[in-house]
Design a protein around this ligand. Sequence first.
Ligand code: DX5
Ligand code: ZN
Length: 216
Amino acid sequence: MQRIVAPSMLSADFGHLERDTRMVDASAAEWVHIDVMDGVFVPNISFGFPVLKAIRKATAKFLDVHLMIVSPEKYVARFAEAGADLVTFHLEATDDPARCVALIRRAGAKAGVSVKPATPVEALREVLPLVDLVLVMSVEPGFGGQSFIPGSLEKIAQLRAMAREMGLETIIEVDGGISARNAGAVYGAGADVLVAGSSVFGAEDPQAEVVKMLNA
Ligand code: DX5
Ligand code: ZN
């Protein structure tokens, strides 16, 4: 199984966005995670297209865009055009996940779907064959720096089993409260990609922290 770390730019210093993006670019992290929040789907507002474009200019790495917004179908194509390699929308935010996936693919990006902690794995059954990736939230979306919800490990294992049973090689990404301390357990439960914001950017040596997570 592959192991990827995706530092979340939400925890970067936005006064030095280019510097922090280049630091991640020079690290062992293969992906860069971008959290877009609209103040409606989640009780917080982060940033949108101009910031994504600035990050795109400063790195050639795989840009993983996590949309925490209502009506994602209105914007998914624009995020792909602004430089996202993967666009992930929330299952809870749309009535038509298949249409979101089609719009993302038509714009040339990979498609992901995310679920909040209270949404059961079973709710993903229909959309699973359509997407490249499922992003399992291991905290309530909206803020960095929260604690990992322990029940997420069981959820990851259930999702891995469901994908296997359906004959799918779905990429499983996990987001929220992850550090070198629990990374081994999260990969062990069946995750491929771990998002880490505060643990990476809050570390004395963020690049070393990424390596610690990969080797956890
Ligand atoms: C939370 C975001 C996360 C967040 C993770 O809504 O989706 O990507 O930045 O931050 P940490 O790693 O600090 O929990
Ligand atoms: Zn995220």
